[in-house]
Structure formats: structure tokens, C-alpha cells
Design a protein around this ligand. Structure first.
Ligand SMILES: Cc1ncc(COP(=O)(O)O)c(C=O)c1O
Length: 477
């Protein structure tokens, strides 16, 4: 049963009303559903319907089965992981993207999509203070962007030979990141054929930032062993605590030993739109490649990962493949983004960025980021002055790591168990959602104030819930 255009119009209006109501009333939902594995699947028929169903039946099941099983990432009590931002203009752009339904692999397959992406990457590069020689492309995720960086580094180093002949015994590459580097780096090193044993995890300092002197020692050691230092992935805003690696010192080491320097700024990179944050890492502009996810902290729906590279030719030579059926007359004049990453087919992702940047303006985005950082700093101060709660890492942005530490409980294992139980209790409340990590082997709770509509008030309310629910100094049930 196909949907007529008239029915589409009517249903779409109903849907948009539901969407606006949802966003308006989000606080009334439990932030995280109280579900057991299989609870949703058991409500879904085991076979597809033989005959088409009415839209009202589908929409009603969406409301009754799917929505109650969703974690509400835009909920004002969501302070878990890193956020996956959306915003009203971004949602509207995604609706248009879905409506047009273009596949944007070549300039020819949608010139506007390709040229808007080019322009958006230029805008973003300038907004973040990256150098003009950087050229950008939107990837689906940071994991993909870092893979693209490692593959480009590998190919450039081998004179683009590994793509042709595979690895030779001489290609004994080593990649370096800190012990706080994201797990996607491990995954990418494996996929790139470098081998997880060749990913060297460099120790961090008391602030969870990579120790540059240890990096240099590791490189010298590897060279002495006949290994080939290929790339360093440094992080601007680690996942566990938003630590900032010493980008300048790492850059100098990379230059000295001819290593590719990729900066993973997936989350905190958005804050580079603030001049005061740029001062924290002035050397970031000298890296070879850089990734930031507007889908994390720049009010843009997942997926949208902005990848910037200095050497466009290294990228295109690594990925370019030109079968007859993809040739176009404009090939030499345009960017065909199918050659700038792994997938051939591409979504039109630049549109939502365009809508977001134009709606907020640079000043509006900067204000939001400043407000989020101010809320993070408020949280830090609150933790510092609350007895029985310990701050576990510096707070450069808007993520605070803490743990409950009742008087007299000094055994670390006991504290880990205690905090794990309290976190379960907090998350069972349905009003707030936080997640955990480990720092120096200790279980700590993370609180991130980076959701699009997070304000000092929502953060204060969230923190009050944490304190109330945890009932400090009482044994959690
Ligand atoms: C620092 C860092 N790098 C990479 C990633 C992976 O991001 P993606 O989901 O875009 O692959 C994350 C995810 O949170 C992250 O925090």
C-alpha cells in the first residue's frame, strides 16, 4: 500500500507536531528506559507483514513500542558519554536531506551537495582557527577519519606501494598514542593492517596528558630495533577526562622523526572556536590531519565528522579508484568525495551544518560553548566544596570526573564497588543519566555538560539529583 502525496503531506504534518511536542516535553520522559534485553523485540512480530499497513498503525507502534525503549539523548538529564547533539535547524535540514534522498558520491551526483560541503569545510576550518592550507571533508565518524589518516600516512610513507603490493617485511610500522587515546585508534590500527602490537601506548602525566619525553624515548627505542615510526595520534580532549596532550611538543617530535601527526579532537575540538581555548594548543595548526565531530558538541545531528588534512594528494592517492561507470567529464575540475574516504556512497551531510551555522551564527555558537564550559567549571567548584565527593581529574572544559568517598572508606576496591553501586542507583532514577570510566585504575563517574540545550540551570538541577539520589555517606542498596 503506497502512500500518496496527499497522505504524505498529512502524515508529515502530524509527525512534525509530534516532533515539536517531543522536544518541548522531553523532561517528562525517563532519560533512560528501564528495560531488559529482548523487551522490545518480543513486542515486534516475528515476520514482516504480507500486506501493507496503515500509517496510523505504524506511527502508533512507534509511539507505544519504540519511544518507551529509547534512551533520550537530548533529555535535560542526559550527562552521559559525550553528547550527540542535535538542534532544531539541524533536524529540519535532515528532513530535507531525507526528502531529496540524494546519494552524493560525485560532484555530478549532486553538484550543490559537493560544493556546499567544500564551503562548509572552509567555514568550519576558519571558525576553528585551522590554517588555510587545510582541506576538509565530512566523514561519518571519527573512527573513520582516524582510519583515513592512518591509511594516508601508511601510503604516503610507502610511496603508495602497500596499496599495490601489500605489506613487505620492511614495513614494520609503529603508531603512537597515549594510554588515554580512544579505543577507535586501536580498531583503526588493526584495520590498517599495522597490527595492534605495533600501537604503542605512551604514559600520561598527572593531568592524563601524553608525556612527550616518553614518546620520544619510545620512538628512539623503536628506531634502534629497526622499526618504522609512522604516526602519532594525539588527543585534544580525551574521552575519559578531556585531557589535552602537549600538541606542540608532539609536533616537534613528529617533525624530527618524520611521523604523521593526527590530532583527535573529536569532542573538544568544537571549543577551538573560542580564541581563549585556541591558546591552550596554539600548535594544533601544524598537525598533518585533524578530526572534530560537529555531531558531538556542535548542535548537529549524528553523523557529521569533519576531517581536515594538509596533503590532499596523499588522501586522494590513497583512496582513488576510477572504474568506467564512475567517470565524469568534470573529474579534473571538482572534488569527488568518493575518493576521500572508505565508502563510495555518501549522505548529504553538509546541509545540516549550513543550517546550524547560519541559524546560530559564530557568535551564537561561541556563546553556547562558553556557557557549557562555565557550567562545567561550576560543577568542578561544587565537587571541590562538597564533603565526601572527590574530583578525580582537571576540568579544562565541561566534563567533570568525580567519585564518592565516604569518611573511613579508604580501600580503593571498596570505593570502586561503592561508586559503581551509586551510579546504578542514580541511573535507575530515570531523571538523570551518567556514565563511568577508569582513571589511574580507579572507577570514576563522568558528568558532561555539553548537550545543545544544557544550561547552568539544567546542570545545577542534575547535580542536585546526583547528590540527593546518592544520599552521601549512606550505604547504597
Ligand atoms: C576522543 C574520541 N575520539 C574518537 C571517538 C570516536 O568517535 P566516533 O563515534 O565518531 O567514531 C570518540 C567517541 O566518543 C572520542 O571521544
Amino acid at each position: 500500500m503506497a502512500m500518496t502525496n496527499e497522505e504524505f503531506r498529512m502524515n508529515a504534518h502530524e509527525l512534525v507536531d509530534w516532533m515539536a511536542d517531543y522536544l518541548e516535553n522531553l523532561a517528562q520522559y525517563p532519560v533512560k528506559p528501564d528495560m531488559k534485553p529482548g523487551d522490545i523485540k518480543s513486542q515486534l512480530p516475528s515476520a514482516a507483514p504480507e500486506n501493507g499497513e496503515d500509517f496510523q498503525a505504524i506511527f502508533s507502534d512507534f509511539k507505544n513500542i519504540i519511544v518507551p525503549g529509547m534512551t533520550h539523548w537530548q533529555h535535560p538529564g542526559f550527562f552521559a558519554y559525550f553528547p550527540a547533539n542535535n538542534s532544531e535547524p539541524s533536524i529540519l535540514a535532515e528532513m530535507l536531506t531525507a526528502t531529496i534522498g540524494a546519494q552524493c558520491m560525485l560532484w555530478l551526483t549532486s553538484p550543490a551537495a559537493e560544493e556546499l560541503e567544500e564551503r562548509m569545510m572552509e567555514w568550519l576550518r576558519d571558525i576553528l582557527g585551522l590554517p588555510k592550507e587545510f582541506i576538509g571533508v565530512i566523514q561519518d565518524s571519527s573512527s573513520s577519519a582516524t582510519l583515513v589518516a592512518l591509511l594516508s600516512a601508511r601510503e604516503k610513507r610507502s610511496g603508495f606501494e602497500i596499496n599495490r603490493r601489500g605489506f613487505s617485511p620492511a614495513d614494520r610500522f609503529r603508531v603512537y598514542t597515549s594510554t588515554q587515546g580512544h579505543s577507535s585508534i586501536d580498531k583503526d590500527v588493526k584495520i590498517a593492517g599495522i597490527g595492534i602490537e605495533n600501537l604503542v601506548k605512551i604514559e600520561v602525566d598527572a593531568n592524563f596528558a601524553m608525556q612527550a619525553d616518553k614518546l620520544e624515548e619510545a620512538i628512539i627505542h623503536d628506531l634502534a630495533d629497526g622499526l618504522v615510526p609512522l604516526a602519532v595520534v594525539s588527543t585534544f580532549g580525551t574521552t575519559s577526562s578531556t585531557a589535552i596532550d602537549p600538541i606542540g611538543a608532539i609536533r616537534r617530535i613528529c617533525a624530527k622523526y618524520n611521523c604523521w601527526h593526527h590530532v583527535d579532537a573529536s569532542y573538544a575540538g568544537t571549543a577551538l572556536m573560542l580564541p581563549e581555548i585556541r591558546e591552550m594548543a596554539p600548535d594544533i595548526c601544524h598537525c598533518d590531519s585533524f578530526v572534530v565531530n560537529p555531531h558531538k558538541w556542535m548542535f548537529t545531528n549524528f553523523d557529521c565528522s569533519a576531517y581536515f588534512i594538509r596533503d590532499k594528494q596523499a588522501l586522494v592517492n590513497t583512496f582513488s579508484i576510477l572504474p568506467e561507470y564512475l567517470k565524469t567529464a568534470e573529474d579534473k575540475l571538482v572534488n569527488n568525495y568518493r575518493d576521500w574516504g572508505v565508502p563510495l556512497g555518501r549522505r548529504f551531510r553538509a546541509l545540516k551544518l549550513w543550517f546550524v551555522i547560519r541559524t546560530y551564527g559564530i557568535a551564537g555558537m561561541q556563546q553556547k560553548i562558553r556557557d557549557h564550559i562555565a557550567a562545567g567549571q561550576w560543577l568542578k567548584e561544587e565537587i571541590l566544596k562538597t564533603p565526601g565527593i572527590e574530583l578525580m581529574a582537571p576540568v579544562p572544559f565541561n566534563l567533570a570526573c568525580f567519585r564518592f568517598h565516604p569518611q573511613g572508606m579508604d580501600d580503593n576496591m571498596a570505593l570502586d564497588n561503592y561508586n559503581e553501586k551509586i551510579l546504578e542507583k542514580i541511573n535507575r532514577s530515570g531523571s538523570i543519566f551518567l556514565t563511568q570510566t577508569r582513571l589511574n585504575g580507579r572507577y570514576v563517574i563522568r558528568f558532561v555538560a555539553g548537550q545543545t540545550h544544557a544550561t547552568l540551570e539544567t546542570v545545577q538541577k542534575g547535580w542536585r539529583s546526583v547528590v540527593d539520589i546518592s544520599l552521601i555517606n549512606s550505604t547504597p542498596k
